[in-house]
Ligand binder design. Structure first.
Ligand code: OGA
Ligand code: MN
Length: 272
């Protein structure tokens, strides 16, 4: 639907989104700028042009595939997720913030039990304040906001918000096998990761290993953290680990959350 609006506006000559911004807000806007082929156009060989009445934006198709995979097996990954210029801008921002010393070592545990434990978790993170996000982060949030709405519509998840951070794993850093949910808390429902590393090959290490369930010993997938690869999975159900990279490994990671008020059974204080 969204892309249809763009097509119509482009056709009527009223498209006002500047080219640079159009590139930053994702595939959807870009697809709207394509010229529709008229009856006098030369016959095209292959592939055939999609019918003009079905302008499904690429991202919407990705969202649908993600819903299917999250339902069937609990995780999803795809390459070329967002607009490449947008992901380049995010990668440059992460690198420059890292160079400025803006990241802090990540910890494990919660509250009084929070501690930095580089041998089990060696990344550094920079939390993103949604009210002070830069233009590329705002543009990515718009894409992920549409993803959140899609997940809510299709899976009835009641996801309310997205917490987001940049992360960097210096060479040799790892994150041992874990699930993204603290004991007695069920806020985090879907984990989302977008990798920012240019020209990354399997030999560079840093793969994300996913396991099919809490008792599984064999991984079900090993994902190369190459630029513009998206991964998402059900936070409480998919154990995962990050293998040590050979060079700095940058990502944006986050969680779609439900309202913090919803308690897990057993998480209320018990009287003794
Ligand atoms: C995390 C995490 C995985 C990755 O931050 O909890 O598991 O591939 N990240 O960066
Ligand atoms: Mn994790």
């Amino acid at each position: 639907m969204g892309s249809k609006r763009y097509v119509n506006r482009a056709k009527s000559g009223a498209a006002v989104v500047p080219a640079r911004l159009r590139r930053l807000v994702g595939n959807e806007a870009r697809s709207g700028t394509k010229k529709l082929r008229g009856p006098t156009a030369r016959p095209r060989r292959s592939p055939p042009a999609p019918p003009a009445s079905l302008p499904v934006a690429p991202t919407e198709r990705v969202f649908s595939r993600a819903v299917e995979a999250l339902t069937d097996r609990g995780w999803f990954s795809c390459r070329d997720f967002a607009d490449p210029d947008l992901v380049d801008a995010l990668a440059a921002e992460a690198r420059s913030l890292w160079d400025q010393g803006a990241f802090r070592p990540a910890g494990v545990g919660r509250g009084a039990r929070w501690q930095v434990q580089p041998e089990s978790r060696g990344d550094s993170v920079l939390w993103i304040d949604p009210d002070h996000a830069t233009p590329p982060l705002r543009a990515l949030r718009q894409v992920l906001e549409r993803f959140r709405e899609h997940l809510n519509r299709e899976l009835f998840l009641s996801l309310r918000d997205l917490e987001l951070h940049y992360a960097v794993y210096p060479p040799g850093a790892r994150y041992e096998r874990h699930v993204d949910r603290f004991e007695n808390e069920n806020f985090r429902v879907i984990t989302v990761l977008l990798y920012l590393n240019d020209d990354w090959h399997p030999e560079d290490g840093g793969a994300l290993r996913l396991y099919p369930g809490p008792d599984a010993e064999e991984p079900i997938a090993e994902i190369v953290p190459a630029r513009n690869t998206l991964v998402c999975f059900r936070s409480a159900l998919v154990p995962h680990e990050v293998l040590p990279p050979r060079r700095h490994r940058f990502s944006l990671g986050g969680w779609f959350r439900v309202r913090p008020e919803i308690p897990l059974p057993g998480s209320t204080p018990r009287r003794t």
